[in-house]
Ligand binder design. Structure first.
Ligand SMILES: Cc1cc2nc3c(=O)[nH]c(=O)nc-3n(C[C@H](O)[C@H](O)[C@H](O)COP(=O)(O)O)c2cc1C
Length: 373
């Protein structure tokens, strides 16, 4: 078992991820949209509600959220991770929203790296916190024990397992053994007493995959679709730093790969039909886009890159200002649609146009009932 716990270099890789994301942002954003421009609300000039009566409260996996917002999994395990995670946890606690830890592999393999993860629960005793591990590790020696340890480390409310075959294929140190993982998820959902959430990292989840995940009894799916951060581009840039031309070029060519978030959200909603909860994420940057995802039926919307870089390079005040803006836009959208809560938002008429319409019709995906095309 020589490669059971190969953790050397993970900390440097985490540093490089944050640096590349925040210093070379233009190079790592996808040059394709998340698809939400194809989802249109019909403006209501007489909303017949008062702004003050709008509530954004919701529940996710039995936990109450003040706002339907999730800080998607980001980081931990290196020096900068402590500051970033402390800030993110503070914001999650103060706003009453949820947060996903970054991959905890590094902290499972080296206990001295745990502090930047345990700071999450220490700072946010009441917030919904999800632990995080890469699913591919379960083909490399991880099992129920590691899943439980990741949860215990954070006194987590759930465990996120991220699937990232494209990222692994381009990452210089990538792991390629993805065979048999769905079966392993089934075993984990049985053995672990916290809900299991499956997420991508920016290439999205399809109808077919969502069906298989339901059969594996997952509690929630975070779609992490295309249109925002490109992990192919990030790993391609890391490959370039190491003069690994094959992966550098591949990363560039796959920069825009994936199912756009709006489409992935609809595919997953259609496949799961309420059997699990959905987080829509991947390039969601405004409260208007958030409103569209929630109106389609997502329980929460997730954001990673903007909050990651604010936490890494700015102050708590600036991070909170960004979130306040995001939430205000969501509330304004609900106001002008006459929706005083998130249930009412789901009854607002929606039009689907353009490429998203073509995609969904071609694939024969059932649409949410308030949708007109
Ligand atoms: C700096 C950074 C680190 C990330 N690390 C992880 C991780 O450890 N585990 C994971 O599941 N996703 C990770 N992600 C992926 C995000 O959770 C998210 O799915 C993806 O970036 C797409 O969302 P976005 O466009 O809002 O950034 C990371 C994202 C960023 C920006």
């Amino acid at each position: 078992m020589t490669d059971r716990f190969p953790h050397k270099g993970i900390s440097n890789r985490k540093e490089a991820h944050i640096d590349i994301c925040c210093q070379q942002t233009e190079k790592i954003l996808m040059k394709r949209s998340n698809g939400f421009e194809d989802i249109e609300f019909v403006h209501n000039a007489f909303p017949e509600i008062n702004f003050a009566e709008i509530s954004l409260k919701t529940t996710f996996l039995g936990h109450t959220f003040n706002y339907p917002v999730f800080i998607s999994s980001i980081t931990g395990g290196m020096e900068k991770g402590l500051k970033i995670n402390k800030l993110l946890a503070q914001v999650a606690e103060d706003f009453g929203i949820g947060l996903g830890a970054g991959s905890q592999r590094i902290a499972l393999e080296d206990e001295s790296k745990q502090e930047s993860f345990t700071i999450l629960r220490a700072t946010a005793p009441h917030a919904f916190i999800a632990a995080n591990l890469g699913i591919v590790q379960f083909n490399k020696g991880y099992g129920i024990k590691e899943a439980k340890r990741a949860i215990e480390m954070l006194e987590a409310d759930a465990l996120i397992l991220h699937t990232n075959p494209l990222q692994e294929a381009i990452q210089p140190e990538g792991d390629f053994e993805f065979k048999g993982l769905l079966q392993k998820i089934k075993g984990l959902t049985k053995a672990v007493d916290k809900p299991i959430i499956i997420k991508e990292v920016g290439a999205g989840i399809s109808f077919e995959v969502a069906k298989k995940l339901i059969a594996s009894n997952v509690a929630a799916i975070e779609v992490a679709g295309a249109g925002g951060t490109s992990w192919a581009a990030i790993e391609g840039l890391r490959a370039a730093q190491r003069h690994e031309l094959l992966k550098q070029e591949t990363g560039a060519h796959f920069r825009n790969w994936g199912i756009p978030t709006a489409i992935s959200t609809i595919e997953v909603l259609s496949a799961t039909q309420g059997q699990c909860e959905i987080i829509s994420s991947g390039g969601i940057r405004t409260g208007i886009e958030a409103a569209k995802a929630l109106a389609l039926g997502a329980k929460l919307v997730g954001v990673a890159l903007p909050v990651a870089c604010l936490a890494a390079t700015k102050t708590e005040k600036e991070l909170k200002a960004w979130l306040n803006q995001f939430i205000y836009e969501l509330k304004v959208t609900m106001f002008i649609l006459g929706a005083k809560n998130l249930e009412a938002l789901k009854t607002a008429p929606i039009l689907i146009t353009g490429k998203t319409k073509d995609w969904l019709l071609t694939r024969g995906i059932d649409l949410p009932k308030q949708v007109q095309i």
